[in-house]
Every structure is written in C-alpha cells, then in structure tokens.
Design a binder for this molecule. Structure first.
Ligand SMILES: Nc1ncnc2c1ncn2[C@@H]1O[C@H](COP(=O)(O)OP(=O)(O)OP(=O)(O)O)[C@@H](O)[C@H]1O
Length: 625
C-alpha cells in the first residue's frame, strides 16, 4: 500500500497504521529525499567513493602477484624476483591499510554530519508543532524516533554507501580477472551464485518487517518506562496498587520483543549459513576442475592458487551485495520513520507576510469566538501513540460565541465550573490553538496575522503547574531574558515575593530546581514562575491562579507577586480567589463554553445566578486583601 508522506491532501493522511510502511514498496520519493540529505556532503562522498573504488580495485593485485611468484619466480628459481614480488605484496597491504584509514575517516565525517542534519531538523520541526501535537504524542516514542531511527538511518546509509560501491567494484574486477585466468572454472562457480540471490530476496523482506516490529516493540517498552518511572507515574502506580498488573503488562511487551529478536537472529543465521555454504562448494569446484585442467596441462598451478584466492575475494563482495538489500531496506525504514515526523505539518502556521506585533500591544479582544479541539488524526502520528485508536469524533464545540474586550491595563477574570472552558479561552490568546470561527485580536490585529515570535513576546503565561527545567534557578529565569543581570533577577524575585526563600538556599541562584532538583511547593513554584514572567515583561499576562490551599503567609506572598505581575498590564486570569474577582475590571462567567454572565463583582453578586452560586461555593474569603 502506498501512503507515503507527500505534498497535498488533508493533514490527517498521516494517521496510518504501521503495517502500511512495513509492506515497504520502497518509494522513489524516499530515496530522492535521502539523496537530498546527502547533497550537502557531496564533496566528502565523492572523495570517499574515489578512494573506495581504487581500494576495491587493489583486491586482485595480491592473488596475481601470488600467481607470478609460483609460476614465474619459484618455477624459474629467480630469488630476486621472489623478493621483489613479495615486497610488492607487502606494499599493497600497506596501501590498502592506508586507504582503509582514509575511508573510515571520511565515512565517519559523512555519517556524523548526516546524524547532525537529521537530528537538528527533527528537533526544530517537533519544537514548532502545535501544543495539540504534544497532548497526543507519547514522549518515549518521540525520543526513540529522534535517537534510534536517526542513528539507524545514518548507520545504514554509510554502510550501504561503502558496502555497495566497494563491493560492486571488487566483484567486477575480481570476476573479470577470474574470467581472464580461466573462463570455464569461473563460469561453473558463478552458476552457484543464484542461490545467494534467492536467499537474500526472501530473507530481506521478512527481516525488514520483523526489524520494524522490533523497533516499535522497543519504543513501546521505552514508553512504558518513561510514563511510569517519573514521580507522577510512580505515584499513581503505588496509590492504585497496580504493581502486579504493571509487571505482567511489561513482561508481555518484553516477551514480544524477545520473540522478535529470536526470530530475527534465526532468520539471519539461516541466511548466513547459505552464504557460507555456497563459497565452500565453489572452492571445491575450483580445486577439482582446476586440478583436472592442470593435469591436462591447460592451467598452471599458480593460476589455480590465484583462482582459489580470487574466489574467496569474490564471495565477500557478493555476500555484501546480497546484504545490501537488507541494509537499504532497514535504512529506508528508518529514514521513512524520520521523514514521517518531518512531514507532519504544524496546525499553527505563520502566515506569509505576517506583521510584527508591537511589544507594547495590550488590548485583547475575543470576537464571537467558537472553538473545537482538533481531532487526533489532524495533529499527531498514530505511530507515536502506543494506543493509537482511530477516534471517530472530535471534542464537540468547546467554546460558543465568546466575545469580550480587555482594554489596556485591565484585568479580566474567568470563572465557571470545572470543564466550562476557562483554560481553553486562555489557550487561544497566544495561538496555542486557533479559533474555529470568529477572531482573537491584540491591538486590533488578528493573532493569525502576526508573527508567532512577536505574539509570544507580547503575551506571558503563568500556569498552575509552572514548568521549570532541571537547571539552576538562574538558568530558569534567564530563559525569559538571557541578557538579564543578577540585579534584575533579584529585583524580579523580590517583586514575586520569593527572594527571601532563594537567599536562604545554600546555593542561592545556583540551586537546581525542576524535575529532580530542589522541591518547590506549589506556591513557591508559581511565584518563581511569576519572577520569570516579570523578567520577560510581556504586555499581556495570562494567569491560572493556584487552587492549592495556601496558608495566610503564602496567600499574602502570592497576592503581592500577582499584584506586581499584573500591574500596568492587560491580564486574563482564571480566578480561584475572591481578592482577584473583586479587583477584576470585568468578570466573565463561563458555563459549558458560553459566557453566561459578565460584569464586575458587585454587579454580578447583585444579579444573582451562576456567579452568586459560585461565589458561595468556590471563592473563599482571602485572609489578606
Ligand atoms: N486537548 C483537548 N482535546 C479535546 N478536548 C479537550 C482538550 N482539553 C480540554 N478539552 C475539553 O474542553 C472542555 C473545556 O475544558 P477546559 O480545560 O477549558 O475547562 P476549564 O474551565 O479550564 O476546567 P477546569 O476548571 O477544570 O480546569 C472540557 O469539556 C474538556 O474535556
């Protein structure tokens, strides 16, 4: 089945089951693209091929010298000729070793260059995927794609390049030399070779299929571990007491990989058994028929020995060439898997001719916005989700006709029951997703018409579980503004009410936080994220307030940090605290994706309805105002 990535067609054409790639009709397009990747290295490749060709041609020289030693020098009793010829054999060996070094060096430069190109391109491309892509894709599968497949592609590429060229040249040079020495013996040996070709043809398809299944199996195992061996996953596992079930599931997946490994190894061995049997039969033929011809006086002894040696040198390249099919298949499968990722278009694209949004842009407007979350098949690759199911439906419309305006410097608070669509509204501001109908505008510009960079610069987010990289506090803060000085960092930490905490840490700004670093509490983490936001200094702030119960001291600190973060900026806040809704210039009450009420705290309380109910149940009185 041919469903390769190509231009045109709907984006969900990429959701394909893995089997469609297994049945590898090796596509010309893939080969052309691989050659495209090789193009920047063409000088090195040309040098590499030139050395390889000369080196491969050298393969017939020692057997011919051997023939001359036996037939001319030894038979003629010419000692000085023996010495000269032996010295030549040694010289050829030295030249051969030198060429080996040069080709090794060139091939590693080409190979590593290729890995570098593929890696950087895939990384850059994945980074530019929409947030939706990451909500579906399993990190383990993606990491495996970035590592294993890229390396697999490179390895197969260089070994194929070297193997094919040197083997073809060697096979031709050796074959012609043998024909020249004795065509009857050579033709008889060659008659055995179709066995090699048939074996290779049968096995290579099967092996490509199995090795792809094994790659997927390994990725699956990797995924199982990345999902479970992090704090969140491990905790879930413990809290639900699922150890035995997890053991069994993992064992089942590992067993699949084990069985595939055994089948691959067995198949390879059968293949190589055929490969070694044929040369031995051919050698017997050379000595048997050659010996008979020598007795009849048609062949010299030196020629038989040379033929025997040449035959061993012919079979190596022929075996190599029959493996080329397997190498090429494996390489193309790896390349195909990498290209599959490279071909996935991002849902969020910058328009050609997009304009720069001024950094000071601060008026935010939602104009009759409707939104539906994209379906899985529009955003991700089935092969990057272990549990890839075709989902029939989409999320259904999540937002309906949402309109509001936040004037420069105003605070708009979003409130509403769980699942009402508050987070979704905030996602649309910086184009984490695009609206389905209507428009989101900043300073009158539709966010789809401005450059992504300028939009990202103008809008800052602080989420509840603000992510920190596993790095120092300083590095995490500098992420927002690399050129910030220590004084500016401390000023931001002061304003975010977290400076006192950082000061008492033994390593201060150099304390490592994030995944495996110093444990910050929810409130501290959010204040650190606010400091990061202050350094970035966006003109529009989107904030999801911490819901975690804070003690009064933290509450006061968070309040202070928020005041600093929001001052002079336009803000959209998912409000969980009474002080926030009280201070808001406009409160939007969302229910089931619709704005059901809007106004100030006082207006809404007086009006009754959903806001009054939420007020009674959700917003607790802040101890410090
Ligand atoms: N990535 C997604 N794909 C599909 N549907 C989604 C996605 N994210 C959220 N939804 C759906 O959109 C609706 C609104 O979710 P949203 O997270 O915006 O609500 P919320 O008001 O922020 O809720 P909460 O207060 O619980 O965080 C929910 O029905 C949810 O199931």
């Amino acid at each position: 089945m041919s469903m390769g990535p190509g231009a045109g067609g709907p984006p969900w054409r990429f959701l394909r089951s893995d089997r469609s790639v297994v049945d590898n009709k090796i596509e010309r397009k893939t080969v052309r693209r691989v050659l495209g990747f090789a193009r920047p290295h063409r000088r090195l490749i040309a040098g590499f091929l030139a050395v390889t060709v000369v080196d491969a041609g050298l393969v017939v020289v020692p057997p011919l010298l051997l023939k001359a030693i036996i037939d001319d020098a030894v038979s003629g009793g010419d000692l000085s000729l023996v010495i000269w010829l032996a010295a030549l054999v040694a010289l050829v060996a030295v030249v051969d070793a030198g060429f080996g070094l040069i080709t090794g060096w060139l091939s590693s430069r080409i190979g590593e260059g290729l890995i570098y190109d593929l890696r950087t391109q895939v990384f850059a491309h994945v980074q530019r995927q929409s947030l939706a892509f990451f909500t579906r894709t399993q990190t383990g599968a993606l990491v495996s794609r970035l590592n294993n497949d890229v390396i697999g592609a490179q390895r197969a590429f260089t070994s194929t390049l070297q193997g094919t060229v040197s083997n073809i040249i060697a096979a031709i040079v050796v074959g012609v030399t043998m024909l020249f020495l004795s065509w009857p013996v050579t033709l008889l040996c060659v008659a055995l070779f179709p066995i090699l070709l048939i074996a290779s043809r049968v096995v290579s398809h099967k092996l490509a299929d199995l090795s792809r299944q094994q790659m997927d199996g390994n990725a699956d195992l990797g995924n199982a571990m990345t999902e479970r061996f992090n704090v969140g996953g491990a905790m879930l596992l413990k809290l639900f007491g699922r150890r035995d079930v997890e053991d069994a599931t993992y064992a089942r997946k590992a067993a699949v990989v084990r069985d595939l490994g055994i089948r691959i190894s067995l198949l390879t061995r059968v293949f190589f058994a055929a490969m070694t049997l044929v040369p031995q039969l051919a050698t017997a033929l050379v000595y048997g028929i050659g010996g008979w011809l020598a007795i009849r006086g048609d062949l010299s002894v030196g020629t038989i020995v040379a033929l025997g040696v040449l035959l061993t040198r012919l079979l190596g390249p022929l075996q190599g060439l029959s493996n080329v099919r397997i190498d090429v298949m494996t390489a193309l499968v790896s390349f195909d898997r990498v290209f599959e990722v490279l071909d996935l278009p991002s849902l969020i694209q910058e328009k050609p001719g997009a304009v720069e949004l001024p950094r000071t842009a601060s008026k935010l407007e939602f104009d009759h916005v409707a939104f539906t979350y994209p379906r899985a098949d529009q955003i991700s690759l089935a092969s990057l989700e272990t549990v890839a199911r075709k989902e029939s439906g989409d999320s259904g419309q999540v937002l309906h006709d949402v309109s509001f305006t936040a004037e420069p410097g105003q605070m708009v608070a979003l409130v509403g029951p769980s699942g009402a669509g508050k987070t979704t509204v905030t996602h649309l501001v910086a184009r984490l997703y695009d609206v389905e109908r209507g428009a989101v505008r900043v300073d009158g510009h539709d966010v789809r018409d401005v450059t992504l960079q300028s939009l990202e610069d103008a809008v800052g987010y602080v989420t509840q579980d603000a992510h920190m990289f596993h790095d120092t506090i300083r590095a995490n803060l500098l992420y927002a503004r690399p050129e910030a000085t220590d004084d500016e960092i401390w000023a931001a930490l002061e304003a975010a009410q977290i400076a006192h905490l950082v000061r008492v840490l033994r390593d201060g700004l150099d304390t490592v936080v994030g995944d495996r670093g110093y444990r910050l509490s929810g409130g501290e983490r959010q204040r650190l994220a606010i400091a990061r936001l202050l350094l970035k200094a966006p003109s529009i702030v989107v904030l999801d307030e911490a819901t975690a119960h804070l003690d009064s001291e933290s509450e006061a600190a968070v309040q202070g940090a928020l005041d600093a973060a929001l001052e002079g900026r336009t803000s959209l806040v998912i409000a969980h605290r009474l002080s926030t809704v009280r201070n808001a210039d406009l409160i939007l009450v969302l229910d089931d994706g619709r704005v059901v009420q809007s106004g100030t705290h006082a207006d809404l309380l007086a009006a009754g309805g959903l806001y009054a109910t939420l007020h009674a149940t959700q917003f607790r009185e802040a101890p410090v105002g």
